[in-house]
Design a protein around this ligand. Structure first.
Ligand code: ASP
Length: 437
């Protein structure tokens, strides 16, 4: 029988009644055997996620303060147990957790406890085995996943087990302490489990019915994307479509396991399937989706004949790597290059970076442009349909927006334009209007 791995996100774990529907979803399909859970998320807008409460606990200066900061975590879990009508000793588990947080004083350990407790509860609800992620997911000393050891351990722990719940978001670091992925990382945990057991599909249950072609806060009811390839998904999610952690494709991609995004609150909706490119059925449309982010800084560097100067680029990049600044894009011409950098990366460093570039390559000019927004228009159809870029630029010009930067990835499935922050929403509406209306 095929195996489905399901990950349930924070909103699916937020309250007892939702957890009850999750149980129904799991039990309606015998193939849904291995479940990965996040910590309880928001129940309504303005509510606080358990993980955020736990990060706050890490700042406690003494036992008294920790007790106060841990109280909302305690209440959330006590309520969940009450709502579920479970006969479960939640108080002793919470006391023990509070004590461990106090003694260890390790941020990642503290942050991971939402997933740990939620995993224990979910296993109880389902009558399934609980697997603590610390025993099966391992990181290397450089912070990346120790994939070989992890896949072996997960597969061994789940072999012969009819159904299990695995806590998301964390594992064990090279120093033996708990280490978390970046925020939203339970999505990666789910993908790891799917890969380790060679699942037929990785179902990611959230609170929306799949990917939309663009941000619904900008365009009213945008179209839903039924199918998208791993590559398109990476491009869109990296650029701000934040439904699923952008790194969650890596574990499943190598094993060609599709990811299905589903809505816990509307399980009847079809959702979005993220597929290996080889299995991806193109919709025939040139553009699959549009995503973007504001607040980039662009450093324009000009120097006559820079192309023929051996090591020019390398010397510029060295300045940035010495300052530990990562670069998003580097569009270039014969005598110019532009470095596009997330504004946060340059906080307190911009002047030093500019001075460093001047010293390293003696440019003719260096200019800085702040408040730039990047918008990615992504689609497999783009590489085969003539005139897509003409339509894209025509739509932007028609909206009277000045394009500051153009960048097309070598994969030909993505055109990125840079516009002023203030033109961001208008630009997305213009592109959407051209390709989807
Ligand atoms: N609970 C963690 C977070 O809020 C991890 C996750 O939800 O995937 O980031």
């Amino acid at each position: 029988m095929a195996i489905k791995v399901c990950k349930f996100g924070g909103t699916s774990m937020a309250a007892g009644n939702v957890i009850r529907s999750v149980k129904g979803i799991i039990e309606s399909d015998k193939e849904r055997r291995f479940i990965v859970v996040s910590a309880p998320g928001k129940r309504y807008s303005g509510d606080v996620k358990v993980t955020d409460m736990l990060y706050a606990c890490h700042s406690a200066r003494d036992r008294e303060e920790l007790k106060k900061l841990f109280a909302p975590v305690r209440n959330r879990f006590i309520n969940i147990i009450k709502e579920l009508n479970l006969n479960f000793q939640i108080d002793s588990l919470l006391d023990e957790t509070e004590q461990q947080i106090f003694l260890k004083k390790q941020e990642d350990f503290t942050a991971s406890r939402g997933e740990y407790i939620c995993g224990v509860i979910m296993a109880e609800v389902l009558g399934a085995k609980f697997i603590d992620a610390k025993d099966v997911i391992f990181f290397k000393a450089d912070g990346t996943l120790n994939d070989e050891k992890t896949y072996k351990s997960v597969a061994a722990a789940l072999s012969g087990v009819p159904s299990a719940v695995i806590s998301g978001f964390y594992g064990t670091g090279a120093d033996g302490n708990i280490k978390t992925f970046s925020r939203g990382g339970s999505d990666i945990s789910g993908a790891i489990v799917a890969r380790a057991v060679n699942a037929s599909i990785y179902e990611n249950w959230t609170d929306v019915s799949g990917f939309l072609a663009c941000d619904p806060r900008i365009v009213d009811s945008p179209k839903r994307i039924k199918q998208i390839s791993y590559k398109e998904f990476r491009e869109l999610s990296y650029m701000g479509a934040d439904l699923l952690h952008s790194e969650s494709v890596f574990p499943v991609r190598k094993a060609n396991i599709p990811i299905l995004i589903k809505n816990t609150f509307r399980p009847q909706d079809e959702g979005t399937t993220i597929l290996p490119t080889s299995r991806y059925l193109q919709s025939g449309a040139a553009v699959t989706g549009i995503a973007g982010k504001k607040n980039f800084t662009v450093i324009f560097i000009e120097k006559a004949n820079m192309n023929s100067e051996v090591g020019f680029m390398c010397n510029v990049l060295k300045v940035l790597s010495d300052e530990n600044v990562s670069i998003e894009h580097i569009p270039s011409g014969i005598d110019t290059i532009s470095l596009i950098i997330d504004r946060n990366q340059l906080e307190g460093k911009l002047e030093r970076v500019i001075e460093g570039i001047k010293r390293a390559v003696s440019p003719d000019t260096v200019r800085v442009s702040e408040d730039v927004a990047l918008i990615a228009t992504v689609g497999y159809g783009m590489s085969s349909s003539i005139g897509t870029s003409a339509r894209l630029f025509g739509a932007i010009a028609g909206a009277d927006i000045n394009i500051k930067i153009i960048n097309q990835g070598s994969s030909e499935i993505n055109i990125i334009v840079g516009v002023r922050n203030e033109d961001y929403e208008k630009c997305i509406r213009a592109i959407y209007g051209e390709f989807f209306n």
